[in-house]
Design a binder for this molecule. Structure first.
Ligand SMILES: Nc1nc2c(ncn2[C@@H]2O[C@H](COP(=O)(O)OP(=O)(O)OP(=O)(O)O)[C@@H](O)[C@H]2O)c(=O)[nH]1
Ligand SMILES: [Mg+2]
Length: 310
């Protein structure tokens, strides 16, 4: 069983993130009512047929002191850390780094292997263009790169107001534990060279991404639009227990797109393959054959999934 830990100061947003990941839709009310986590909250989940244990380390001072006093008891055996920092709370950046430093010291000393994903959380939509917070985060990242000599470290900006930002960070973190997973995104990137794809994505029944490729240079509005369509399609195919779901819509610019989402079954595991492509309005026939061609990529896809889950 793989062990995943959420660590960070109190009120950083760890439990909110875990709640969002497990619910994915309609979690706002639960998150608004969260109380500080006492000690460590545990649950388990399955991904790619493997069992994962998820530990939510309450971040209040008394608990932190306890973990650091007996790190062999609390930290040993962790495969992946999501270290959550409240990006809005500049006054506690130093405290946040100090805690991370002490946690990582244990892994350095024991030479235990651990992957580290650092989430700059509460990076809310209205802050995306805020110069001050962007500068502060950048400085913090620069300070944190000193750990990359010893650890695999990755950075993400997340916010509870954009579930995709959280799912992306979580999926990318998990993908570090599966060597072959990057082959999926590589394949998508190859496929997209031949067709006018906007997005190709493979995800599981929990909405965890296994591989993904976006058309480069999508502007932020298009990206948000695609995200929301992606989520809606995901919700429908999973909740309505369908095997195929097709849709067609347009951007504000008027550019049209078509999408298809399909279930791939492996024993009792379901995977979902999503394609969104540019529509050729003058030649709808072309769009149809494009879909057929993408269908043709399915066997390759299935082959890859089999390799990963074995
Ligand atoms: N603005 C904003 N607030 C958030 C976000 N995520 C969580 N919060 C709020 O932050 C507060 C703390 O969230 P928790 O998830 O309880 O924090 P925690 O890290 O689990 O805290 P401890 O359990 O004490 O370690 C809550 O009031 C949340 O509603 C976010 O993305 N943006
Ligand atoms: Mg908590």
């Amino acid at each position: 069983m793989k062990k995943i830990a959420f660590l960070g100061l109190d009120a950083a947003g760890k439990t909110s993130i875990i709640t969002a990941i497990s619910k994915r839709f309609g979690f706002e009310e639960t998150v608004a009512k969260l109380m500080p986590t006492r000690r460590i909250a545990r649950d388990t989940f399955k991904f790619l047929g493997l069992e994962f244990s998820r530990l939510d380390f309450g971040g209040q001072r008394i608990y932190r002191d306890d973990y650091l006093k007996h790190p062999e008891k609390f930290l040993s055996g962790i495969d992946l850390i999501f270290y959550v920092i409240d990006a809005q709370d500049f006054d506690r950046y130093i405290e946040a780094i100090d805690y991370l430093e002490e946690v990582l010291l244990f892994f350095k000393e024991t030479q235990e292997d651990v992957m580290v994903s650092i989430l700059f959380h509460k990076f809310d939509p209205q802050l995306v263009d805020n110069i001050e917070i962007n500068k502060r985060i950048l400085t913090l990242k620069q300070a944190l790169t000193r750990y990359s000599n010893h650890f695999d470290i990755f950075f993400f900006e997340t916010t509870i107001f954009d579930i995709k930002s959280i799912m992306d960070a979580f999926s990318s973190g998990l993908s570090m534990l599966f060597e072959k997973m990057e082959m999926v995104s590589n394949l998508f990137s190859e496929i997209s060279k031949n067709y006018s794809t906007i997005l190709i994505s493979l995800f599981d029944a929990k909405g965890i991404t296994i591989g993904e490729h976006y058309r480069p240079h999508l502007n932020i509005r298009e990206k948000i639009r695609i995200y929301s369509i992606y989520l809606e399609a995901q919700k429908r195919i999973i909740n309505e227990n369908r095997t195929l779901f097709e849709f067609s819509d347009k951007f504000e610019s008027g550019e049209r797109f078509s999408g298809v989402i399909e279930v791939l079954k492996f024993g009792n595991l379901n995977f979902y393959l999503l394609f969104i492509i540019e529509e050729d309005e003058k030649d709808l026939e072309k769009t149809v054959t494009l879909m057929d061609k993408i269908e043709a990529a399915k066997p390759q896809m299935e082959n890859l999934i089999l390799q990963i889950i074995q």
